[in-house]
Design a protein around this ligand. Structure first.
Ligand code: UDX
Ligand code: ADP
Length: 463
């Protein structure tokens, strides 16, 4: 099957960058990204390509190249589905906030809506690709909906999980470690797998394209994220022990990372991991294990989350304790709100939880993040439902300049590892702060010796 038309439902952090790169690398394929959110689509179509809704290094240049040529953003979901041979489902699958599995299971209502919509519209055979991270065996549910409500056309379901990390999405898409495609073992299933392999073969070497059965592919995504998150929780657990024993977590990480069996990546101690995937996917894994009665398996993986919550809590507790057991009416400057550098995504960011704790202690939070708006900061806090919107608005403010955010602050907390923080004029920041001036470096990015020479009281994670 020669693919010439692709559609992607969901113009978010996954769908947007992924389709932009497919369009750039496959000029012969027309790629249409659709979303119900008209503001988001309008932003993707903004004349000024710097205003696209997702910040990723290198993304705006790719959109500028392909948009209008073979890359289109639209709200006409039905038309795009009708036209396409391959339909990617790239909608959000947040953790359920209600009913059975609340706080653990993935909420599949958006996925189901997509499946029903595809079934209603499709008048010829389609390949439907799960791009969103999904619980293992979701393809079965999608297939059942498509086959039972559709117009008796043939649907092939593939699982093609996305392994891109935010902040490096474009690079990860251009040079992926692997592309994983899971499909049905039948001849039709394997033909569909081949059709998708052919799309990626336009720029990915054949040995990097891995094909498996559907369930392995679905479970591999959850497993990859669980293993990555586990490394961070492991190093964070050791960071607390370092603080007690005089060991230094950076030295420990370097020493163990040089063991080729362990490797150096994902060993940065921090205030805790965030992002839309790790917590959600592990909770999902835990829920699936529980639903099969595998309590020991569930408990094992749940500990990764418990450790992460502990690390965030430990950070905020330390701020309060160090500031003489009270932060009431004290200004605490937050450098960074995004869950990591080079993204404007804030989902599950450690900053949100640390801010919430400190506001409970009646601190005044002043945020500076190069890519996150105040509207987003407030919405993130409101989402926790700890207190009223009015109270949040009084407790937290955002600044356009880091120097203003830090002015007259009692302490600075580094919550995101943005590169620019390292190059600031720290003497100037110090001069304008309350004394003693504290820095709590939740990302271990600043130079302790330099800061202490200026006069700061500097604390890092794990040393
Ligand atoms: C993750 C996976 O890496 C990616 O493959 C998957 O497709 C989606 O989930 P992402 O959430 O975008 O990607 O970011 P990632 O780079 O994995 O970072 C997640 C969190 O862990 C961030 O908050 C980051 O700051 C934190 N982290 C990462 C650490 O605290 N220490 C580390 O050593 C690495
Ligand atoms: P991710 O990080 O997984 O890409 P996002 O929340 O950034 O998640 O993006 C998911 C997008 O999917 C949102 O923009 C949302 O509006 C869109 N979406 C959800 N359900 C549907 C649907 N049924 N049809 C079209 N778009 C949808």
């Amino acid at each position: 099957m020669k693919i010439t038309k692709i559609c992607c439902i969901g113009a978010g952090y996954v769908g947007g960058p992924t389709m932009a790169v497919i369009a750039q690398k496959c000029p012969h394929i027309q790629v249409t990204v659709v979303d119900l959110n008209t503001d988001r689509i309008a932003a993707w179509n903004d004349e000024d390509v710097n205003n696209i809704p997702i910040y990723e290094p290198g993304l705006s240049a790719i959109v500028a190249e392909a948009r209008g040529r073979n890359l289109f953003f639209s709200t006409e979901v039905e038309k795009a589905i009708d036209d396409a041979q391959i339909i990617f489902i790239s909608v959000n699958t947040p953790t359920k906030t209600y009913g059975k599995g609340k706080g653990m299971a993935a909420d599949l209502k958006y996925i189901e809506l997509c499946a029903r919509q595809i079934a209603k519209i499709a008048k010829d055979d389609k390949i439907v690709v799960e791009k969103s991270t999904l619980p293992v065996r979701t393809a079965e549910a999608i297939k059942s909906i498509l086959d039972n409500t559709g117009n008796h056309v043939q649907f092939q379901i593939l699982s093609n999980p996305e392994f891109l990390a935010e902040g490096t999405a474009v690079e990860d898409l251009l040079n992926p470690d692997r592309i994983l495609i899971g499909g049905d073992p039948s001849v039709e299933g394997q033909n569909a797998v081949q059709a998708l392999v052919d799309v990626y073969s336009n720029w990915v070497a054949p040995e990097k394209i891995l094909t498996t059965n559907l369930w392995s592919s679905e479970l591999s995504k959850l497993t990859a994220n669980a293993f990555l998150a586990q490394r961070i929780s492991s190093i964070n657990a050791l960071s607390e022990l370092c603080e007690k024993t005089g060991a230094n977590i950076n030295e420990v990480a370097k020493a163990i990372g040089m063991d080729s069996r362990i490797g150096p990546k994902f060993l940065k101690a921090s205030v805790g991991f965030g992002g839309s995937c790790f917590q959600k996917d592990i909770l999902n894994l835990v829920y699936i294990a529980k639903s099969y009665g595998l309590t020991a398996v569930a408990d094992y993986w749940e500990q990764v989350i418990i450790m992460n919550d502990h690390q965030k809590k430990r950070f905020s507790n330390n701020v309060v304790q160090t500031l003489y057991n009270t932060v009431a009416d004290k200004k605490i400057a937050f450098l960074g709100w995004a869950f990591k550098k080079d993204t404007n995504d804030t989902r599950e960011s450690a900053a949100i939880f640390v801010a919430d704790d400190l506001i409970n202690e009646q601190a005044q939070i002043a945020v500076y993040d190069p890519k996150v708006s105040h509207k987003k900061v407030l919405a993130d806090l409101d989402y926790l439902e700890t207190r009223s919107t009015e109270k949040n608005a009084k407790a937290i403010s955002s600044f356009e300049s880091p120097y203003d955010a830090c002015k007259e602050a009692h302490a600075i907390a580094i919550l995101t590892e943005w590169d620019e923080f390292v190059g600031y004029d720290w003497q100037k920041i110090y001069d304008n702060m309350q004394k003693p001036a504290f820095v709590f470096d939740g990302r271990n990015i600043l130079n302790k010796v330099e800061l202490e020479a200026i006069g700061f009281v500097y604390q890092a994670v794990g040393s």
